[in-house]
Every structure is written in C-alpha cells, then in structure tokens.
Design a protein around this ligand. Structure first.
Ligand code: MRU
Length: 350
C-alpha cells in the first residue's frame, strides 16, 4: 500500500525558513526564504502559507528567527524585543488557534532557557513540526477506518492537505489514507471562493498523488449531496471550541447543513493543537474579516460592479450538533459534546 506523501510546504534549511508560496500554486512551485520574523508575519497575513497547523509550525520557526536576531543584537536584553515580535506574529491571523498555541509553547520554552536560546528553540520548532506530521498520519488512519470500503465518493472544502500542515494533511490525510487502502473511489472538492484553495491547492495535491478529483462551485454542493453519490463531507478546522463547535473555512457551515439534510455524514479532522478548551463555544471564536477586494476581484481582475460593497468573513462556525465525527490524534469522538472533547485531553496520543 503506497500512501503518497511528498509535499512539504515549510522547510528549515541552511539556517533559514523556506515557505512554498501557496499564492503561486498551481502555476508555479516556488519556495521563498526568510530570515526576518516580520517578513514571516507578512507571509502569514498574505497567504504565502495558510492552513491552521501550517501557520502554527511557521510561527514556531519565525520565533527562532526573532530570537536569533534579537539575541545577536543584545545578548542581555533580547527578551523584550522578542516579546514584541511574538505579539506581532500572533496578530497575523486571528482565527487559527494553532498560531496562538505554537507561540504559547515557544514562550514557555523561552522562559526555561538561559544563555544562547537559539539551539533549544530550534529544537522546539522542529519538534512542533514533527509532532504535527505524526498527528496527521495517526488521524489519517483513524479517519480512514470510518470510511466503508467501496465508498464511491467523499467531498472536501478549502484545503486541509499537506499544504495546510507540516505534511500529509488532516482532512486530505484521511482521504489519502482511505484511497491508499482501496476504500474510496474519488473526491469532490469545492473551489472555495474567494482564495480558491480547493481549485488551486486541493486539486493540485490530489492530481499530483493520482487521486481522482472533481471540482465544483460551492453553489453546486446541494445538488451533488442530493445525488446520493457522496457519503462523507470531510473537512479540517481552524479552531474547535470546548463544546465541539468548529471554526473552518467560510462555507463549511453551509455544507454541514446540506449534509445533514441529505443524510451525508460530516467528519472534522483536526489535531488537539486546534482545540481551544478556553472558549466555551463557537460564538467566542474570533472570525477573521478579510479585505473586500478579495471578493470583488478574481485573479487580480475586478469582476464586480463598481461601487458595490463586499462581506468577506474568512471562516464560519459549524455547531457541534452538525458534526458527526471529530477525528483527532488522541482518538475519535462520535457526536462531539463538551464532556467528550474534554476527555480527549485525558488520553495519551494514539
Ligand atoms: O484561510 P485559510 O486557507 O488559512 O483557511 C484554511 C482552512 O480553513 C482549513 O480548512 C483549516 O485551516 C484546516 S487546515 C488542516
């Protein structure tokens, strides 16, 4: 059984951070290199790198760049400058909790360190990357086991693939694994306006790995789900609240409503680094609002009538009641509740 797993959007090499520029895909595969933490903050905001776990891993490496720069400039007083760098990083994108989770972990590690902090911090960032990859492989196996052999098709939204993580992916990790195990025939992917993560990124990953993929406009999802061809909607998450409510790419909520109406199950695949036990429910999750131009334009060209406004929330909240299964690296929760989500943290990783 071959599980294709070749895409790595984030690399630490030659003492620099390298990010696969996701804005250029699928036309061009270009890695941009960084040694300035402020430039990494911009890269996160501008979608060079995106997807909650990938943003977390990137932030960890950006912290290494910040500490290296500030410690070299002022070995006695670097901590205040690094604190400001980390605050800027955290403000880059508000919804993906992995960013805040990774920065909090880096802060805890920094508090333990004396002398030159760079080697230990680099090891911490590399551990965050390796743990994300390992979690995705575990979730891939747990989620794939839920997909009945002979399943004709599943549907996904946005890109929760290798590109959105350290590698392998969350929702696409389950899909990769299920396809490799011969359980699954094909994948339908929403194009995912306005950034077209489905058309540009998910379709690129699936085509590259030989998994049959069909693209549709979001507006076609209801008709597809009504057709009976799709058994599961499988998505990632940017943040899961303590009660199991899920923030994910705008349009996920609508898909989950449609899925429930048509008897299709919804699977959310997310590592526990995406679960925010501090927030009681989805209403407390901050939703990023992005520039109207992203909706008013397409591929840099204005497409809307001059003078019209645009509403551009990047994420929506899917209530836990619409989630059939939450797959984490610590186990699977059927019908997430506050108690079941809390219990995940009492178990060791699978
Ligand atoms: O705006 P994006 O592209 O960062 O949004 C990404 C998503 O919504 C993903 O589904 C989510 O981060 C999970 S990625 C494993």
């Amino acid at each position: 059984m071959t599980v294709h797993d070749t895409i790595r959007p984030i690399r630490w090499d030659a003492d620099r951070l390298w990010l696969l520029d996701q804005r250029a895909l699928p036309a061009r595969e270009v890695y941009l290199d960084y040694d300035d933490p402020a430039a990494v903050t911009e890269a996160i905001r501008d979608m060079v790198v995106r997807g909650a776990p990938a943003i977390g891993v990137t932030a960890a490496y950006a912290a290494v760049l910040a500490v290296r720069r500030r410690y070299a400039a002022d070995p006695a007083g670097w901590r205040a400058a690094v604190a400001a760098d980390l605050a800027q990083l955290e403000a880059a994108r508000p919804t993906a909790v992995n960013l805040h989770w990774a920065v909090a972990r880096i802060r805890r590690r920094l508090a333990e360190l004396d002398g030159d902090p760079v080697p230990a911090l680099l090891a911490e960032a590399q551990a965050i990357e390796a743990e994300d990859l390992a979690a995705n492989r575990v979730m891939g196996r747990l989620g794939a086991a839920l997909i009945e052999p002979g399943t004709a098709a599943v549907m996904t939204h946005c890109n929760a693939g290798a590109l959105a993580t350290a590698g392998f992916g969350t929702a696409l990790g389950v899909i990769r694994q299920a396809f490799a195990e011969g359980r699954l025939g094909e994948v339908y992917a929403d194009e995912t306006r306005p950034w077209l993560q489905g058309a540009r990124l998910t379709a690129w990953e699936l085509a590259r790995e030989g998994i049959p993929a069909t693209l549709l406009c979001e507006g076609a999802a209801a008709a597809l789900l009504r057709s009976g061809r799709v058994s599961w909607v499988i998505v990632g998450a940017d943040r899961v609240a303590a009660n199991g409510d899920v923030a994910n790419k705008i349009g996920t909520y609508g898909l989950a409503v449609l899925a429930r109406h048509h008897g299709v199950r919804t699977m959310v695949v997310a590592p526990t680094s995406t679960v925010d036990l501090a927030l009681a429910d989805g209403d407390a999750i901050p939703i990023e609002q992005r520039a109207p131009e992203e909706v008013l334009c397409c591929a840099g060209q204005a497409v809307a009538a001059t003078g019209v406004a645009a509403w551009n929330p990047a994420f929506d909240i899917t209530p836990a009641a619409l989630v059939d299964v939450l797959v984490t690296e610590r186990g699977v929760v059927h019908g997430p509740t506050r108690e079941a989500v809390a219990a995940l943290f009492e178990r060791p990783p699978s």
